[in-house]
Every structure is written in C-alpha cells, then in structure tokens.
Design a protein around this ligand. Sequence first.
Ligand code: TYD
Ligand code: MG
Length: 466
Amino acid sequence: MSKSKTSYVCQSCGAVHRLWAGKCDACGEWNSLQAEVAESGPPKGLGGGKKGKALDLVGLKMSDDKPVKRLVTGLDEFDRVTGGGLVPGCAILLGGDPGIGKSTLLLQSVCALAKKGLRCVYISGEEAVDQVRLRAARLGMADAPVALASATNVREIAATIEENPIDVLVIDSIQTMYVDTVESAPGTVTQVRTAAQELIRLTKKTGTATFFVGHVTKDGQIAGPRVLEHMVDTVLYFEGDRGHQFRILRTVKNRFGATDEIGVFEMGELGLTEVSNPSALFLSQRQPDVTGSAVFAGMEGTRPLLVEVQALVAPAPYGAPRRSVIGWDQNRLSMILAVLESRCGLMFSGSEVYLNMAGGIRISEPAADLAVAAALISALQGRPVPSEYVFFGEVGLSGEVRAVSQPDQRLKEAAKLGFTGGCVAERLSSQKKQAKIEGLTVHEIRHLDDLASLLREGGSTPRLRA
Ligand code: TYD
Ligand code: MG
C-alpha cells in the first residue's frame, strides 16, 4: 500500500525538498517553498476512481449557419499582419519598446473596429481615462464608440468581461495588471503569467479577441519574460527607430496566418498613418551616383520591399579597424568581408567598414548578401553602383551566389519602381517558369568575381562567367 507524505516544492524553480526551509537551495529564492502532498510508490493513473464526463466530440467541417468571421479594421497594414483580421477569441501579444507607439496603434485600430459596430473595450493600466480621451481626440477619433476604463485589478476586469458581451478587448499593458490572490508585485513573472492566464481563459470562453500590450526590456525580451509568447495565439512586435518616423509591425508567431508579415506605418502629428508603398518611402532620399550605395530587393513575408544598403570604407588610423553595422547582422558582414578578401582578392583588412540599412529598417534575410557585397565593392573602389539596378542573392563561403525565394516578386517590385536592371542569384530549376519582365535587364550572378567585374564595367556590357 502506498503512503502519502508531504514534500516542499519551490514555486520558482520546481525543486523538491523533504523539509521546509526559508530559502530554496536550488535557486536561492526566499520564501518560495510550498507544501504539496506527494504519493510514494508508483504513479496510479486514474485508477478506479470516479468516472469523468465524456467530451462532446465535434466534426472538423465548419457549420454553414455559424461561420467564423474575421474582424477587420479596414487598416490594410494592420489586417495583413494579423493574417486577414482578428479571429474571435484570439489572444494577441503586442510587444515593443516603451514609447514606440503601441497604445496609439491599438487605440486607432480599436476605434476603427468600433466604428464598424463591434463592441470594443480599452482598458488602460497606465493612463487615466481622460488621458486616453485626449489622445483619441488628437487622433480625430473622439466620436468612436469605444468603452474606456482605467483599471489594474484582473478580478474587476474579469467581472466586466463576464457581464458584458465584448468583441474586442485591449489590455494596456499586461505588466500593470495584478491578481489579488498572488502576493508578488505587478510586472513580476508570476503576476504577469497568472493575470494573462486568467484573462485568456475567460476571453476564449466568451469569444472576445484580446490584445495584450507588453513592454520589451532592454535585452529585447518582453518583461515577465517570454512567458506570454507561448500562451497567446499571435505575437506581434512594433519596432522602429525613435529617430525615424517609420514604424514596422511584424508578426513573430501566428496561429491564424503567416508569420514574417510586416505592416509599415509613419508616426506623425496625428498619430500613425499607413504606408502602402514602403519601397518608395525607403528609397525616397537616395542620392544617385554615390559610391557605396546599392538597392536590395527584399521580401518581408509576402510583400516585396526595396531598401538602400549603404557602405563606407575609411582608412583605419590605428589598431584593429572598426566594423560597425546598423540594421543588419554583424557576423554576416564579417563573413562577406572575409569572402571578398580571400575569394576575390579585395582587401578590407586595413580599413574601417561601416554598413547601414537606410531608413531605420532591420533586415534579417540572407538574400541581402549580394547587395551588401555590391555596396562594399563600390565603396572600396570608389566607383558608384549603377543606380538603376537592384541586387539580391545569398553568398556562400566559396564566394558562390545562391538562389533565394520568390525572385519574380522582387523583380516585379523593382520594375514597378522604375529600376531597369537586376544583378541576381541564379534561379533554382523549380523557379524557371516566369516570363521575362518588361523593361528589366537581369544578370544572373554565379560568383562574387562576376559581380566585381560587372561593377568594374559599370554594368553596361556585362561579361559573365559561362
Ligand atoms: P505611445 O503609443 O504612448 O507608446 P507606447 O504605448 O508604445 O509606450 O506613443 C508615444 C509616442 O508617440 C510619443 O513619443 C509621442 C508619439 N506620438 C506622436 O508623435 N503623435 C501622436 O499623434 C501620438 C498619439 C503620439
Ligand atoms: Mg502605452
């Protein structure tokens, strides 16, 4: 016969102790041990205890009389990122640096939804009701029928959800919410996790689409560390450089749509405005015929995006030369420099190298390698890259240029913006189908040597390696 006995489990790290102590030996946390009754002997499973109620199993096919409808704001940049509108009952985490514009974005979206007749509630734990009203007035949305409250107690918010039918709920921010049965302070892991769990459980039951605002800490993670990311259906990040007016909303996880989608906004006097043609915006301040500038034709999710890559090579006065990168991966820059040195004989080792993705955007695609290499070669040799060309392709360690996804969409976007040429990676055999794009001369580059010789000739009469 098994005997039950009490053991003490640390609520912070899960370590089990035989005796109670004020401090957990394993993680050093104070006052985290709680008594739990543990059964000795082999686990018994459900045994012969009371029988549970069987589940109601349902078919996979959606019922025709009650189709699931997505809630669209009508702001295209926002709707694309959520996968074509909000799904009832979904939980969405919106992360971003403090002051980047999360509250502004959500207030604008919720006002748009409310104007379409949806019941929207905006709960702010950071601002008083009048402050939110002032902001709405500034955004020109003062007449939207959004219900406001300033609250931080989850018990009160839960009662509100249960008593009122709500379509869309905003919790701004989850770090200010607290559950009164949990002792730790708001913003701690336990509070954030418990508050979110409680609210998600309720909103799933009532079919309320819920946004949680989460501030990101310095190291790039949402405070109340990442505990929320796996609990919610969708994770969005709102990013951008404070010095620039562009803001990018990015999908990191989405159970109801594609990830890596972006929406581009511009922060102005009257709040955020959509940027429906971001490529034109990112290239708007480009100077023609300067050295060290090349245009990268990138893809962000399903949307093509053209960005200017800028490089500067300067003599290093002393010591180890500096390598500085804004908007791209430092390790990838080191790799491209090493490949250019050892495979193409272009020497950067005595020079400082600076690389910048213009406009404050962050690029993570390896397809930018070729554009970076073009900008670097141009900066080193003091010869401008033909300004009507776009570049894309991934560079391998032997200097070979590898195929990237969706070449046609990239080229079409380039043609649309008036570019007349492209230096691009060779296609995979599965990508051969597309017919020639009108007005665009495409050079397929196999090796960085080909790129170097093409740039030396000014791009006019390319002689490519057979
Ligand atoms: P906010 O939405 O409060 O940021 P978060 O909720 O992410 O902390 O945005 C605050 C910033 O946005 C603030 O620096 C001012 C700027 N802003 C504008 O430039 N124009 C506007 O119309 C609004 C409402 C804010
Ligand atoms: Mg805010």
